[in-house]
Design a protein around this ligand. Structure first.
Ligand code: SF4
Ligand code: SF4
Length: 183
């Protein structure tokens, strides 16, 4: 296919312009390394106290769930799927057809979730809510998938080697934002 000209491709890049861009980037990094005030905190030695309404990992109250599937339907990231009871898997059920089909319950894939909160908003029974957990780390992407039983057990507890200093963000005329110790 002809007629398409590469714009800004690597081949046409002026090396002087490229070097200048890199030097500017390094300069910016050095400036914020040395300059105070900084707007970041020294996680995990310091953590920010999160406000109410923060959209962290989800809490699923299975006892309130009516298996309507609205959470899975509304999810824009396809992070929630409805699962048959253990052994049934997600999506299509298999095996013999019981007289009364078993209810499905939601499971979540945190590798997909964008923490938009649509599922919480649409749930008609309040079976979903946000926690403030946002800093769980996983070694394997498969571990980010929570089937209903795991989902109902709640988000993981984040462990710190030392108790972190808790900070609250406050508005600051000069810096825009600064932090004060909590408690
Ligand atoms: S918070 Fe948003 S992306 Fe995450 S599971 Fe709920 S609807 Fe899907
Ligand atoms: S968690 Fe809420 S929206 Fe999702 S299936 Fe259960 S009742 Fe329906």
């Amino acid at each position: 296919m002809g007629g398409v000209e590469e714009v800004g491709g690597r081949g046409g890049r002026n090396p002087v312009v490229s070097l200048w861009g890199h030097l500017k980037a390094v300069g910016t990094g050095l400036k914020y390394l040395i300059a105070v005030p900084r707007m970041t905190v020294k996680y995990p030695d310091e953590v920010i106290e999160l406000p109410d309404g923060y959209r962290g990992m989800l809490i699923y109250h299975q006892d309130l769930c009516i298996s309507c599937g609205l959470c899975a339907t509304i999810c824009p990231a396809n992070a929630i799927k409805m699962y048959l009871p253990s052994g049934g898997g997600g999506g299509e059920g298999g095996g013999e057809k019981p007289e009364t089909p078993p209810k499905r319950h939601p499971g979540i894939d945190y590798a997909r979730c964008i923490f938009c909160g649509f599922c919480v908003d649409i749930c008609p029974t309040g079976a979903l809510e946000h926690s403030k957990v946002h800093d769980a780390a996983y070694e394997r992407v498969e571990d980010m998938l929570y089937r209903p039983e795991e989902f109902a057990a709640g988000p993981p507890t984040v462990e710190f080697e030392r108790p972190p200093k808790r900070l609250r963000p406050v508005m600051d005329e000069r810096r825009g934002i600064s932090y004060e110790p909590v408690g």
